[in-house]
Design a protein around this ligand. Structure first.
Ligand code: ADP
Ligand code: MG
Length: 361
């Protein structure tokens, strides 16, 4: 298959629990041999979507296609789709080897023992667990359990693996390492990963494409750059955690906010009027500066935080709103700021993204 062929497709997939619509008529097409992040806040329907694709639950309406075939009515174990659960879900009484072998021994294919041993060994090696075959799950670390869960799915040689917050239980260092490893393993196997996460950093780092789920709807699907540079609604900008978002009023092409009234062009349809400027595009000036690139937002400097490659400066506006300025250290040393002093924040107006309800109609 070419990279552009779809591996699976959802046509109007809806899933309800009583009165609650967990998945709201989802249309979605995933390219073969790709890494897709599914990003959404808690309760947005991420797990429900994976369960419906895997076949653990049936949709109330809509169809699911996999490798060109309608699998909506096919039982989960006949779909050939891998699933890595949020809590790893290993069998505690089985060794690592037998955990990984489980699907081969208990599935429809029933390969000969020599082939089982060969495939399990290869998969265990690929995820870096060689030497731990005879241990039980309670004798390995969290990161190793995560690898077993992945190996157990990969040994079945699926073309699609669904991963439900696979790194959520790991500490920060290990999470970063596993991010790289997951990408490497996927590339070697010619398999599509659909990786659910509540972390915008993880979603943007991992995915060739990112799908953003909000209240059971996929509101945006694009490359990490597209999502980051052009969030389609203000909720996406909010999840991304990289934008200062200001309430205000958009009227006749002018946005009225705490920073004054600014003409805007190209606003996006949204439920409310919101003005968004990225943390790393917000700049700091002294009070009274006359060379501002755009609007003037008075703000008091509160604190800073080092994040490795950048420094985040926290400010508070007159209406008690926290505003962040992200200074990337590749741009040079940041200026010295005095805690408690008033400054003015400004930005180039063409770098703002404006959302307006007058466009929604
Ligand atoms: P996420 O994985 O994004 O946190 P879920 O898919 O688990 O979200 O849940 C989406 C919504 O559906 C939530 O409001 C959740 O409470 C509800 N929900 C999920 N599973 C069930 C269920 N078995 N019965 C009733 N409500 C459910
Ligand atoms: Mg979930």
């Amino acid at each position: 298959m070419k990279q552009s062929d779809p591996i699976f497709r959802l046509d109007g997939v809806t899933r309800r629990y009583g009165n609650l619509t967990a998945l709201d008529s989802i249309d979605f097409t995933a390219e073969d041999n790709s890494y897709i992040s599914l990003l959404g806040p808690s309760g947005s329907g991420k797990t429900s979507l994976l369960r419906v694709i895997a076949g653990f639950e049936a949709p109330d309406s809509g169809r699911i296609w996999f490798q060109g075939r309608d699998i909506t009515d096919l039982p989960a174990h006949e779909r050939g789709i891998g699933f890595v659960f949020q809590n790893f879900a290993l069998f505690p009484h089985l060794t690592i080897f037998e955990n990984v072998a489980f699907g081969l021994r208990n599935g429809a294919i029933n390969p000969p023992e020599a082939e089982i041993i060969q495939r399990v060994k290869e998969t265990i090696e690929m995820v870096g667990l060689t030497g731990l075959e005879d241990r039980n799950p309670d004798q390995i670390s969290g990161g190793q359990k995560q690898r077993v869960a992945l190996a157990r799915s990969l040994v079945m040689q699926p073309k699609l693996v669904l991963l439900d917050e696979p790194l959520g239980a790991l500490d920060a260092n290990l999470r970063e390492r596993m991010q790289t490893e997951l990408r490497t393993i996927r590339e070697r196997l010619d398999v599509t990963f659909l990786h659910v996460t509540g972390s915008e950093t993880e979603a943007l780092a991992m995915g060739d494409k990112v799908a953003v789920l909000d209240s059971g709807r996929i509101v945006q699907f694009g490359t990490p750059e597209e999502i980051y540079d052009a969030p389609i609604i203000s909720d996406v900008a909010l999840f991304l955690n990289r934008f200062n978002l200001f309430d205000g009023t958009l009227k006749d092409g002018v946005f009225h906010g705490a920073f004054g009234s600014v003409p805007v062009s190209g606003a996006r349809a949204n439920e409310t009027d919101v003005y968004a400027i990225r943390y790393d595009r917000t700049q700091i000036f002294d009070t009274g500066s006359t060379d501002l690139p755009g609007p003037a937002l008075p703000a008091r400097y509160l604190a800073s935080e080092y994040l490795g490659s950048s420094i985040v400066f926290l400010f508070e506006t007159e209406d008690n709103k926290t505003v962040e300025v992200d200074h990337h250290l590749s741009l040079g040393e940041p200026r010295d700021l005095e805690v408690g002093r008033d400054y003015v924040l400004s930005w180039s107006p063409e770098q703002a993204i404006v959302f307006g309800k007058e466009l929604a109609r």
